[in-house]
Design a protein around this ligand. Sequence first.
Ligand code: UT7
Length: 334
Amino acid sequence: MGQKIRAKITGLGRYVPPRVVTNDEIAKLVDTNNEWIVERTGIHQRHWAEKGTATSDLAVKAVEDLLQKRGIDGSEIELIIVSTVTPDMFFPSTACLIQERIGAKKAWGYDILAACSSFLYSLTTGAQFIESGRHKKVLIVGADVMTSIVNPEDRTTIILFGDGAGAVLLEPTEEGEEDYGILDFRHEVDGSGAEFLSMPGGGSLHPSSHETIDKKMHYIHQSGQQVFKFAVRKMEELSTGMLAKHQLTGDDLGCFIAHQANLRIIDATASKIGIADDKVIRNIHKYGNTTAATIPLAIGDAIDSGRLKKGDLVLFAAVGAGFTSGSVLARWAY
Ligand code: UT7
């Protein structure tokens, strides 16, 4: 029997809009201050897109960065999976808009909506098409313009979110790479958490109307503490569970890359899995929570800082609206 084909990440691209917004600038918009934001979230600044910038605009720039670094053309992509909660519009999907703009003439694609877990959901979903042998080049994009759905008057959310995009390419492992690529995943949903983080307006339940706008239902609504408690518990549970399943400890990991929603959530999980501090990738201080883009942006920082190298085991973890959650174990392949 031939060796099992796995999906490995073979390239990464990133893009954040140039405008940096500091905590002090936000303190001019709502009743907050730099100390509170830093202490409660770990965020120092975030990037905000200019008005009129769409998620596909950020995504295309990230994909172009990826294609250039990997040295391939858009026409070689076979499948595009886009993770986002801020599609350019409900339909057509953002995958279709990206397909056209990157000249991915032979690709099909679709969007996945799993909020902050969506990059990992997309990664796992894309990996299935590689493992089955059906596709050889799958593009996974995580992109969000969170400022398009944040209530500029809500101090509990405007401080948290930023805009950004990341993209990775999945390709099959080759001869001699049997333990490389995406090794395992576990995803969950717990719909009982739906009420704690949502954008209630604009869907079939509450189609956009003057009333939904007056009630600000087209913005993010979050019960921060409920989400926080669930996120800490679930991220710890999935991360320690994944390590235990593979008889690994934190020492076996090259690095730990979690969704960047709150520094305290990342730190609590890191301490639970018992991993050396310098192996924990944190970039929330500079980007805030970019929802679907946090993990690819963090992969980029891990590579840049020399903390993610070929052969390293890496554990990814995320929790988001839904509630959705996931952990992915991979051996870095380039
Ligand atoms: O990626 C999607 C998933 N989302 C998350 O993971 C977010 C999870 N939740 C969180 O990160 C945190 O709950 C927040 C950062 C949103 C809030 O932090 P917290 O420590 O849970 O604060 P809190 O909501 O318990 O509020 C504590 C106090 C309150 O005042 P009182 O009632 O104690 O007087 C808030 O009104 O802090 C107040 N507060 C603020 N003060 C200054 C809330 N937001 C702010 C603010 N500036 N921006």
